[in-house]
Design a protein around this ligand. Structure first.
Ligand SMILES: *Cc1c(COP(=O)(O)O)cnc(C)c1O
Ligand SMILES: [Zn+2]
Length: 413
């Protein structure tokens, strides 16, 4: 094995058989421990360039991966001299080839590869958008069957650039929580397995490749890391990547400061962190959640159960890095996103626009200074370019009569 898993609660280290939690049942995010202590780059076009620090033995073929480039235009507008963009999306002129246009694809490929290697059954994913599209594309690329459960009103977001023959797409009345409920019930059936969200080391280390790519490109760990967060998984991944890079020894010895943003009025992580609380208290941190979620443009950021308090989760990441959190209005996000598009030529996912506004807010508050080395994680974009280049094929939903009977029964209860 090229890696082991470690429980952050009891410290036990064990072989990876696809676990999402400690065999002794401790709550806490397992962490992958890699035998390569110094990062060795693989000769691969996409994210598997960083396979040494991904929990897989083999490498599927894909061009999907993060890219890092120095910002000129947006940096000048912001007044920064050393701003780097970590981009996950589609912009072939920048060598960015993620056809589903978000960093969720960085999670999907290693998650499916790890699942294949550990033989854990058919993956079941509940999603209202970017995650579902990313897993559909990767499942097709790897020819691995998956089950996707999606609210009917989000179906338009589930498309791929090649016919998705390996995807069983189930439409559910209701919202994302209803999709999760159905997915959970399918996972109780034999042969099906949940993807585990932040608990899955393959998802986190896949997202961590954005940070690795930035460090390799610039030669150092940045002073600041800026991202829009829903679950915070991407930020936990950046923290873990930074810890590994410090262990490597060639990229510096200090953790980056995390500057994380959510979209007002739904900002549970901002609210809990600013109160210096480890627990999210729904009545305080996300009052009138349903209405608040409806008012948010970047709805991928509206996670109601983020891995915040759990050991090894977002609270620990923010504490270790000295985190700052920002609540961003739709108006400020739209303006900052438009400025980015104007100056860098890439159209953004609404969540990435929130990150752009957070960077501007951090500068205004004096949290980031002009010459600091800053990594802005542009988590999604390039939708326009991908549609010019590829046929964008909606994934077809499966009708109840075509479902395996065990699932059809669940679906109707
Ligand atoms: C999911 C997503 C995010 C938020 O990521 P988390 O890891 O859930 O915090 C940000 N931007 C885009 C484009 C996303 O799809
Ligand atoms: Zn344990």
């Amino acid at each position: 094995m090229t890696h082991m898993l470690r429980c952050p609660v009891c410290g036990k280290v064990f072989n990876d058989r696809g676990e999402l939690t400690c065999p002794d049942g401790h709550p806490g995010l397992l962490r992958a421990i890699y035998s390569e202590k110094q990062l060795i780059l693989r000769d691969e076009p996409g994210l598997f360039r960083y396979a040494g620090w991904l929990p897989v033995q083999q490498i599927p073929e894909t061009m999907s991966g993060p890219v890092t480039f120095r910002s000129d235009g947006f940096a000048a507008e912001a007044g920064l001299s050393n701003l780097w963009i970590g981009f996950s999306g589609y912009a072939p002129e920048r060598n960015a080839h993620i056809p589903t246009c978000s960093f969720k694809e960085l999670e999907a490929w290693p998650t499916l590869e790890r699942l294949k290697e550990t033989g854990c059954g058919t993956l079941v994913i509940a999603s209202a958008g970017n995650t579902g599209r990313a897993f559909a594309e990767a499942a097709q690329g790897m020819e691995i069957p998956i089950i996707l459960v999606v609210p009917t009103r989000s179906l338009y977001r589930i498309w791929t650039t090649r016919p998705a023959e390996n995807v069983t797409l189930i439409a559910v009345d209701g919202d994302y929580s209803d999709a999760i409920a159905i997915a959970d019930r399918i996972c109780e059936l034999p042969g099906f397995t949940p993807e585990g969200g932040a608990r899955n080391v393959a998802r986190r280390d896949g997202m961590g490749t954005v940070f690795l790519d930035a460090a390799v490109t610039t030669g150092r760990i940045p002073d600041h890391y800026v991202q829009a967060v829903g679950s915070g998984t991407g930020a936990i991944a950046a923290w873990e990547a930074a810890l590994r890079l410090i262990g490597d020894g060639r990229y510096g010895g200090a953790l980056p400061r995390l500057h994380l943003a959510q979209n007002l009025p739904f900002i549970p992580l901002v609210s809990a962190w600013q109160a210096q609380r480890r627990e999210i208290i729904p009545a305080i941190d996300m009052p009138h959640a349903e209405e608040a979620i409806r008012d948010v443009h970047a709805d991928v950021l509206t996670n109601r159960r983020p891995p915040y308090a759990v050991t090894g989760g977002l609270y620990d990441a923010l504490s270790d890095c000295g985190g700052r959190m920002y609540g961003i209005t739709n108006h400020d996000a739209d303006r900052a996103g438009a400025l980015f598009e104007e100056t860098e030529g890439i159209d953004l996912d609404p969540a990435a626009a929130v990150a752009c506004a957070a960077l501007l807010a951090a500068l205004e508050r004096g949290e980031i200074e002009e010459d600091d080395c800053t990594l802005l994680n542009i988590t999604g974009g390039g939708y326009r370019a991908v549609q010019e280049k590829y046929p964008v094929l909606p994934v077809e939903i499966i009708q109840p009569q075509e479902m395996p009977s065990c699932i059809a029964e669940l679906h109707h209860v």
